[in-house]
Design a protein around this ligand. Structure first.
Ligand SMILES: NC(=O)c1ccc[n+]([C@@H]2O[C@H](COP(=O)([O-])OP(=O)(O)OC[C@H]3O[C@@H](n4cnc5c(N)ncnc54)[C@H](OP(=O)(O)O)[C@@H]3O)[C@@H](O)[C@H]2O)c1
Length: 151
């Protein structure tokens, strides 16, 4: 039986590249996007699922759909992440709320919803950023993203 990977935010960027890589390695991949469409991949082993990490209802709906598509999960890649304050210097409540609701709470509760399907020897990979490293990061902007991508 093929290994199964779930990748949040697989419609573009790093998530799309990871989905293509794992498909090439023989995985069955379930990738998410907010509208549930990922036209860039045309592969019978790929399934797109709608997920908005800022919505508890969407998380529950997406996990129910994933449960119908696979019995067990070998790898969950929490890739989806936003940085709404990437170029601002001062912290703002609205961007903190958005970043926290999505990058932190959304990721935690999506993972929690899938835990029972993830094999004991399975992997949960959380994509972070070098911006969270005090040693590497040399920007003073993006307060919410920088703090909340801390690993
Ligand atoms: N790019 C970089 O330079 C960089 C550097 C360091 C770390 N990272 C981290 O790497 C990860 C991927 O970055 P990226 O640049 O490849 O991202 P990206 O190109 O902006 O793609 C973000 C993905 O997240 C999905 N998404 C957006 N809002 C969402 C929501 N509310 N709920 C669920 N999914 C949502 C998008 O799908 P739809 O819009 O189709 O819904 C898209 O597939 C992020 O965690 C980021 O913090 C990126």
């Amino acid at each position: 039986m093929k290994n199964t990977a779930i990748i949040s935010g697989a419609s573009q960027g790093i998530g799309l590249a990871l989905a293509q890589k794992l498909l090439a390695e023989g995985y069955t991949v379930i990738g998410t996007s907010r509208n549930g469409k990922i036209d860039a991949i045309n592969n019978p082993n790929f399934h797109a699922v709608a997920l908005d990490l800022s919505s508890e209802e969407s998380i529950q709906k997406a996990s129910a759909e994933i449960f119908q598509k696979c019995d067990t999960v070998d790898m969950l890649i929490n890739n989806a992440g936003i940085g709404p304050d990437l170029n601002s210097l001062a912290p703002e409540r609205a961007t903190f709320d958005k970043t926290f609701a999505f990058n932190v709470m959304g990721t935690v509760f999506f993972t929690e919803a899938l835990l029972s399907k993830i094999k004991k020897e399975g992997k949960i990979i959380n994509v972070s950023s070098k911006m969270s490293s005090m040693g590497v990061c040399n920007t003073s902007g993006s307060t919410a993203y920088l703090i909340l991508r801390e690993s």
